[in-house]
Unconditional design. Structure first.
Length: 134
């Protein structure tokens, strides 16, 4: 319940809780996975930002990801908006990709982090990484 409240959304709780079938305790999953949105607010009517425009919240996310990428043994999962994330992260994206610490979704309409949606190899890369930290 605490994880549900912290995430603030049943959507991600439902997606991440499926990893418990792999032997990962729920409290461990929700203590070791961070959810970061490029733009942490959305609107159906909103258009993309003008090219080159970066919001303060995006700049903060970029710096936070850079810090995590350079100081932690973390895997980054980008289920969709790959072009936007690649543009925002720049060389950090390249580094994560070269180090094998980047997992990209196959279907931008589906953010479920399952074997089918991200591929078996990438799925088990995430699961085994989390298990190695228990």
């Amino acid at each position: 319940q605490d994880a549900y409240n912290m995430l603030g959304d049943w959507y991600w709780y439902d997606i991440l809780s499926k990893w418990s079938k792999e032997g990962l305790p729920m409290d461990y999953i929700f203590s070791n996975v961070a959810l970061i949105q490029s733009i942490p607010y959305a609107s159906i009517e909103a258009k993309d930002l003008p090219k080159g425009c970066i919001l303060p919240s995006q700049l903060f996310a970029k710096k936070m990801i850079w810090h995590i990428a350079n100081t932690k043994d973390a895997i980054f999962v980008v289920p969709r908006a790959v072009k936007k994330w690649r543009a925002l992260l720049g060389t950090t994206w390249d580094t994560l990709e070269q180090e094998g610490r980047l997992v990209v979704g196959k279907n931008p309409l589906n953010q479920h982090l399952t074997e089918k949606n991200i591929g078996e190899m990438e799925y088990y890369k995430i699961i085994n990484h989390l298990k190695s930290k228990i």
